[in-house]
Design a protein around this ligand. Structure first.
Ligand SMILES: *[C@@H]1O[C@H](CO)[C@@H](O)[C@H](O)[C@H]1NC(C)=O
Ligand SMILES: *[C@@H]1O[C@H](CO)[C@@H](O)[C@H](O)[C@H]1NC(C)=O
Length: 195
């Protein structure tokens, strides 16, 4: 009985999808700006998936292979923090802590020192993935990174491709920090809901 019900509801969902797709395509006129459509028309009748991604972020700030460049700073700054510094990055993301390990994507975006009393950052990154079924998909991270904390949590505010309608959070932990150069390797665990 349960099986039968399931089959019926599957068939009903399929029919509804077909009907919705047909009617939403039919309703799209060149002079129409907005309309309400069914979530089914974008495949949102599937249960959300929870994915866990794990990789290492390499912030290389000096040398000819630098991947993070300082583009602005305040004319004056307090001694307590580099308040006002803005950095643009295109940092490699690798599967292991060694920069020679498999490249799974790039972190592209900006971080800015946004506290006058410590080194808290405002971060705005896109993780542009290149590996497996995530190739070409991206996640957008926007949040506060208190770099001196052992674990920093930042929100995943959206995504593209596989990650359409994404929401979740990341946990960042410093894996290594080179006192001489300032180069940093950060371990990322990403927990993301998507369809
Ligand atoms: C820069 O990258 C090249 C190619 O990967 C490498 O041979 C070279 O040692 C790197 N230079 C520095 C300063 O890390
Ligand atoms: C990722 O996609 C690009 C563009 O479609 C392609 O050139 C590249 O080979 C793909 N990489 C992997 C690892 O599948």
């Amino acid at each position: 009985m349960a099986e039968l019900l399931l089959k019926h509801s599957d068939a009903a969902a399929f029919l509804l999808t077909v009907v919705t797709l047909t009617s939403s395509f039919a309703a799209l006129g060149s002079d129409s700006f907005s309309q309400n459509i069914s979530p089914l028309s974008l495949g949102l009748n599937k249960p959300e998936k929870l994915s866990h991604l794990h990789f290492y972020f390499h912030d290389i700030v000096v040398g000819k292979n630098a991947t993070a460049v300082r583009v602005a700073q305040a004319p004056t700054t307090t001694a307590a923090s580099p308040f006002g510094v803005v950095v643009v990055l295109d940092d490699p993301l690798t599967v292991g802590p060694d920069i020679g390990s498999e490249l799974v994507g790039k972190a592209q975006g900006i971080y800015a020192f946004a506290s006058q009393t410590d080194s808290s950052l405002l971060v705005a990154y896109n993780f542009a993935f290149m590996a497996e079924e995530y190739n070409g998909s991206s996640l957008t991270i926007l949040g506060r990174n208190t770099v001196s904390s052992a674990v920093r949590e930042m929100p995943v505010v959206g995504g593209s491709g596989t990650f359409r309608f994404a929401r979740g959070y990341v946990e960042a932990r410093t894996e290594s920090f080179d006192l001489k150069t300032g180069n940093t390797v950060v371990e990322y665990n990403v927990y993301v809901l998507h369809y």
